[in-house]
Ligand binder design. Structure first.
Ligand code: HEC
Length: 120
């Protein structure tokens, strides 16, 4: 009986005193919000939807080039790119003549501006 009790205490002691904390347990797994960058997120959208007119040189009457990071950044800052893609007015909307980009794509470009128009 006495031996059993001693054993019980030893088991308890080992369980509570010597539980090791692995490094993995210490890593914060809260998801970090993604930062949108030109290279990772925006370039592909522009290449797929805009370059056919906003090439260098631009064609089909497009007034600006959207080929490089600086082109696109500049268009957001000075040519109202975001209001163009967000518009519900078909005569103002980009891509020219529509259809409007998916809302999630528009939101990503808005997020890019919020994040500071980072290149990468
Ligand atoms: C089919 C050809 C075509 C496509 C595709 C196209 N555009 Fe355009 N874009 C034009 C034309 C033509 C104009 C000038 C007429 C106007 O302002 O509406 C223009 C004007 C613009 C302007 C205004 C420039 C200024 O200074 O007035 C922006 C910004 C723009 N486009 C961005 C985009 C973006 C972003 C995309 C892709 C999501 C896109 N365009 C896709 C033809 C196109």
């Amino acid at each position: 009986m006495k031996t059993k009790k001693t054993l019980y205490i030893i088991v308890l002691a080992v369980t509570f005193c010597c539980t090791s904390v692995s490094e993995e347990d210490l890593i914060d797994t809260t998801p970090v919000p993604m930062t949108v960058t030109y290279e990772a997120n925006i370039k592909t959208i522009i290449n797929t939807n805009c370059i056919i007119c906003h090439n260098n040189p631009p064609v089909n009457g497009a007034p600006i080039t959207l080929v490089t990071y600086n082109d696109v950044k500049n268009a957001v800052e000075n040519n109202g790119l975001i209001s163009r893609i967000s518009s519900n007015d078909l005569s103002f909307l980009m891509p020219f003549g529509g259809p409007r980009l998916p809302q999630s794509t528009i939101d990503l470009i808005i997020q890019w501006e919020t994040d500071g128009l980072l290149e990468e």
